[in-house]
Design a protein. Sequence first.
Lengths: 97, 97
Amino acid sequence: MEISSMPEVFGNKLRLSVISALITGEKSFSELKKYTDATSGNLGAQLLKLEEWGYISCKKEFVSKKPQSSYMLTETGISNFKEYVEMLEKVLKSMEA
Amino acid sequence: MEISSMPEVFGNKLRLSVISALITGEKSFSELKKYTDATSGNLGAQLLKLEEWGYISCKKEFVSKKPQSSYMLTETGISNFKEYVEMLEKVLKSMEA
DNA sequence: TCCTTTTAGTCTATTTTATAGACTACTCTA
DNA sequence: TAGAGTAGTCTATAAAATAGACTAAAAGGA
């Protein structure tokens, strides 16, 4: 991956926080809100983008009649994140060389 | 470094491109312009921010009566970039665990 | 029954940031 | 004297992020 083709998705702190939160497993809207300390509006907007870009998916269920949303990273999301980190590692190494 | 305290500087593709270009050595305004394919206005604005945040420094000289600008990463810039990459590596590893 | 809490958002207005490109300024070369 | 190269600045516009008021539906307690 070239830095010039870096996906837009990584250019935002909140989106990176969400990715970071979900990499260890699925989380609900409320859990993400606590973890990222974001407002509902902003979190909702960034989750929508992440979903549109195919980085996360969302499962909505009712558990004992309570709504239970569950956000998780997709395979695409994980592999693109890996690629991004590897690209940055390469940049760093190009200095050491 | 916590992802929540990720510096704003890394949240922009052009700024990351500039850092990536300078990590192998100093470059002029024109060289950065070619490398990043940015417009003058945008490049100028982002260079100013990078300088204000202490990530780059600029040396201006006249070499055989031609202006010769020379942008380079500061120690702070390099170490903060390292920290950023290392933070992302940790996030990735937390998944593999 | 009515009020509050929990869960999960949406919607819109505002603020912030990024971006393009016209313009300035100086020097050298043809 | 008219470009071309170097190095930007300035301003208007566009795009993005952000806050927070608002909606909705069910549970649980007074």
